[in-house]
Write a protein that binds this ligand. Structure first.
Ligand code: NAI
Ligand code: MG
Length: 334
């Protein structure tokens, strides 16, 4: 078992070492290798994801990634490294669970998982400008193959976890060709799992219900962009971005990463919440290496730490603890 660790930028340098420390306790046999990627790496080397990092990721198969800072305007030679990494690894399904954790910011009873297609949709990056820059065009691409892959992952996961309902989220009423294909193929795959209830919702309605009654959801299956947005909404019910984990799966490969970004506003202060990174590692252990006991140990230790009222500042504690003090407490409980 080999793991490629990429901290990235900002709080990636704080939350990812925390996860590696916990990994050494629960699964000491995993060999850890480090690589660099992100904005700082781009400034230093001219590449946001150097070949060495990419090759190491491909060789290991499993990657733990922090977050990379990406400007919202075009920069020559820069691209979002994790989007490239997902594409090169061909991780086509992202699992983003939102489960209640014992913190005041979480909604009791929430237990849902967003399964987000990860290789296409508007994220294919087919973009250009027209009309001398007065018009920007981005292509939305949905294929049968990618939809079959993500739908199978979603239904197999629902089956394995004993989840009884899959909600297919799309906007096929308007985007008849692209989302229409996603809907059709997802329903076809769903028909292979007759014991699991399938329903469908338009994405705006799904957003409404995500705010109004998140407990109505069990597993959401959706294209890339809607999944990005809905999973961040779900993360709010799970207690906040500092707690939201994700795992992207492909055939024989996996990429674990917290949902949050590199949080430049709090970086370098040792106050970031490492829970999202720790829970992402737990997902990797459970769903990729099938080391269920090790994954559950992490989840239990984090839960007991929070139950004891030990929180970082994002949870709104009166006396928040630092990132390192939180990890100390988790390690004590392990
Ligand atoms: P962000 O997730 O970095 O931060 C949003 C807010 O949540 C900030 O107030 C931040 O302090 C807080 N926050 C996030 N994670 C936290 C944690 N673990 N503990 C405590 N507080 C936490 O999103 P934002 O501000 O939109 O983006 C900042 C940078 O991160 C941008 O350059 C963006 O491109 C990048 N980003 C990278 C991602 C990736 O590499 N996967 C994902 C999202 C954003
Ligand atoms: Mg996001």
């Amino acid at each position: 078992m080999e793991l490629c660790v990429i901290e990235g930028d900002g709080i990636g340098h704080e939350v990812i070492p925390a996860a590696v420390r916990v990994l050494r306790l629960v699964a000491p046999d995993v060999q850890v290798h480090h690589a660099e990627a992100g904005w700082d790496c781009f400034e230093k080397t001219g590449s946001p994801l150097p070949e060495e990092a990419l090759n190491l990721a491909l060789r290991c198969g499993a990657v733990l990634f922090g977050a990379a800072a990406s400007p919202s305007y075009p920069v020559d030679g820069y691209y979002v490294p994790v989007v490239r990494l997902r594409r090169e690894l061909k991780t086509y399904a992202a699992l983003r669970p939102a489960r209640y954790l014992p913190v005041p910011t979480a909604r009791r009873g929430v237990d849902l998982i967003v399964v987000r297609e990860m290789t296409e949709d508007l994220y294919v990056g087919h973009e250009h400008t027209e009309d001398e820059g007065r018009t920007g065009v981005s292509e939305k691409v949905i294929t049968r193959e990618a939809t079959e892959n993500v739908a199978h992952q979603a239904y197999l996961l629902a089956d394995r976890e004993g989840r009884s309902k899959v909600t297919i989220v799309h906007k096929a009423s308007v985007l008849v060709q692209s989302d229409g294909l996603f809907r059709k193929v997802a329903l076809e795959v769903g028909a292979e799992f007759p014991h699991i209830t399938t329903e469908e919702l338009l994405v705006d309605t799904a957003a409404y219900w995500m705010v109004k009654d998140p407990l109505r959801f069990d597993l959401i299956l959706t294209p890339n962009l809607y999944g990005d947005i809905l999973s961040d909404m779900a993360a709010a019910w799970g207690g906040g971005l500092g707690l939201a984990p994700s795992l992207s799966l492909g055939d024989g490969v996996a990429l674990a990463e917290p949902v949050h970004g590199c949080a430049p506003d709090i970086a370098g202060k040792n106050i970031a919440n490492p829970t999202a990174a720790l829970m992402s590692l737990a997902l990797l252990l459970r769903y990729y290496w099938h080391l269920d006991a090790a994954g559950v140990r992490i989840e239990d230790a984090v839960r007991r730490t929070l139950e004891d009222g030990i929180y970082t500042a994002d949870i709104g504690a009166v006396e928040p603890v630092s990132t390192t003090a939180f990890v100390d407490a988790v390690c004590d409980r392990l």
